[in-house]
Design a binder for this molecule. Structure first.
Ligand code: FAD
Ligand code: FES
Ligand code: FES
Length: 512
């Protein structure tokens, strides 16, 4: 039984097969057809809905999701908002006048889309409105400037094939100017309490879709059903049913396992629970690994990042996954767990061959350890893809190094898209270790890299393109280190000029 709230009303759906997507639940089981299906693969955003969950203060926080690849069972205990839930049937602002030709009972996200001609084909409009709704809610909770970056962040997962982004952007910028709007379900003061009640109920899932809440239950389930597929955010796994039409009839959902949902800080680094979402990782990365955080902005879309996890990204073992090369460069290791106990494994020993990993059938990834970086440690990440927003990498390069008395130390060069697995270019690393970062050292390193890695050709890039691009990224690293050292030299000269002028001023003062 999936017990949840839909647009403010309690909804109980019985006998929902394990592989049902949220979109299918809405359109087929509940007859709610406002949410559209475009691609059924998380790419276009037509199916965007908002999922409300209680935050630490007990307030509802809404995040966007792609309903087409979200397991329907994951909305249990949540408040699901679809495009049908925004407008009010009565008009709470009838006394207020506004330029909109439509009645003001439309939500500001809808009214602004109408006023700014943001709805063109109409097919993608419900998804765009729902993304704008999540932005509106974010602004209501914590108002902040609507920068270009934020708008790209919110709308990057909504494709408008008629290229009408300008009016959509105008609508996003304008919706905050509309009269304050009370959603119909906002009148229900008991909604948050009712949701808390639902969450604390033991989830009665069908046998084919287990949703354990703690690691002990997960271990036991893995013991009983070692072949069951694990799902976290579903942003990779659900494509098996929507794109490859495979049957998913034995699922263990890890997204609520408490021990997999935490980030534990130690003196040496951070244990990141495998089911922590990519969006939740942003603050940690922004503080300690800004280059990794920067990459997250180019990792899929906010709809995907709100549900996709780091554990899923690693377990999926795609040669073009974005997380693994960065984690390889950062010397991450994993804690694998299961009914036979836990073990730790360096990330580089995890990937064995194309989509083959060292995970035993009855094991799962419990957490990822990312060591605390040294003060003089550098991380640079470059992602090459055909499109800037919401696209998979052709090549991803993650480089770490230190400069010690003018020579390179602790060089780690990791790549995605350059082999059947994400991997480090260890011979190239060795060729740079202890060398000054000059043209000669990097020319030799580029030569070694060409011999060391043999990329594949696919729709994202030919082997030749990938080899050239990876080699050029090494050269880019050299130029960046050179530019940085020139900049710090200039700062040193500037500082010593200021210091000298201060001494002079002081001496001049004595002279008078
Ligand atoms: C439109 C779109 C864009 C995307 N863009 C990117 C991108 O830019 N970069 C990128 O790297 N990826 C991208 N992805 C892929 C995907 O979003 C990521 O790999 C994501 O991190 C997967 O996490 P998840 O929690 O959704 O995994 P799921 O789909 O839930 O699981 C993925 C795999 O991992 C297994 N698994 C999950 N959790 C565990 C665990 N704890 N232990 C063991 N096995 C586990 C599952 O059984 C499954 O085989 C994209 C996907 C889509 C649909
Ligand atoms: S239908 Fe395209 S993202 Fe869901
Ligand atoms: S609004 Fe649908 S393609 Fe632009």
């Amino acid at each position: 039984m999936i017990d949840f709230y839909l647009n403010g009303r309690r909804q109980q759906c019985a006998d929902v097969p394990a592989e049902t997507s949220l979109l299918e639940l809405l359109r087929t089981h509940l007859g709610k057809n406002g949410t559209k299906e475009g691609c059924a693969s998380g790419d276009c955003g037509a199916c965007t809905v908002a999922i409300g969950e209680l935050d630490a203060q007990g307030e509802l926080e809404y995040r966007s999701a792609n309903a087409c690849i979200l397991p329907a069972h994951q909305v249990a205990g949540c408040h699901l908002v679809t495009v049908e839930g925004l407008a009010r049937s009565e008009n709470p602002h009838s006394a207020q006048s506004h330029s909109s030709p439509l009645p003001s009972q439309l939500h500001p996200a809808q009214a602004a889309m109408v006023d700014h001609h943001g709805s063109q084909c109409g097919f993608c409009t419900p998804g765009i409105v729902m993304s704008l709704f999540t932005l509106y809610e974010q602004q209501r909770r914590a108002p902040a400037p609507l920068t270009q970056q934020r708008l790209e962040e919110v709308l990057g997962g909504n494709l408008c094939r008629c290229t009408g982004y300008r009016p959509i952007r105008d609508a996003a910028l304008a919706m905050g100017n509309y009269p304050d709007f009370q959603l119909a379900w906002a009148d229900d003061t008991e909604l948050a309490g009712n949701l808390a009640g639902l969450r604390s109920d033991v989830y009665v899932a069908p046998q084919s879709y287990a949703m354990p809440q703690d690691i002990a239950t997960l271990r036991e389930l893995k013991r009983q059903r070692p072949k069951a597929k694990l799902v976290a955010g579903g942003t990779d796994l659900w494509l098996e049913t929507t794109q490859r039409l495979e049957t998913l009839d034995d699922i263990i959902d890890v997204h609520q396992v408490a021990e997999l949902r935490t980030i534990d800080e130690t003196a040496d680094g951070w244990w990141i629970g495998a089911a922590v979402t990519l969006s939740e990782l942003s603050p940690l990365f922004a503080e300690h690994f800004p280059a990794f955080e920067h990459l997250l902005h180019r990792f899929a879309s906010s709809q995907i990042r709100n549900h996709g996890t780091l554990g899923g990204n690693i377990a999926n073992a795609s040669p073009i996954g974005d997380g693994p090369p960065v984690l390889l460069a950062l010397k991450a290791h994993l804690r694998l767990d299961g009914p036979d106990g836990a073990r730790e494994l360096a990330l580089e020993d995890f990937f064995l061959d194309y989509r083959k990993t060292a995970l035993a059938e009855n094991e799962f990834i419990a957490a990822i350890f990312v060591p605390r970086p040294a003060a003089d440690h550098n991380l640079k990440v470059w992602k090459l893809s055909k499109r800037r927003e919401d696209d998979i990498s052709a090549v991803l390069a993650a480089f770490t190094w230190r400069l010690d008395n003018g020579v390179l130390r602790d060089v780690r060069l990791a790549f995605g898209g350059m082999a059947a697995i994400p991997l480090r270019a260890t011979a190239t690393e060795a060729s740079l270790e202890g060398r000054a970062p000059d043209s000669a050292a990097f020319a030799a390193a580029r030569q070694t890299l060409g011999e060391e890695l043999t990329p594949m050709s696919d729709v994202r890039g030919s082997a030749e393109y990938r080899s050239t691009a990876a080699s050029n990224l090494l050269e880019r690293l050299r130029l960046m280190i050179e530019a940085d050292s020139q900049a710090s030299q200039a700062t040193d000269n500037n500082n010593s000029a200021i210091k000298n002028s201060k001494i002079k001023v002081t001496l001049d003062a004595y002279a008078h």
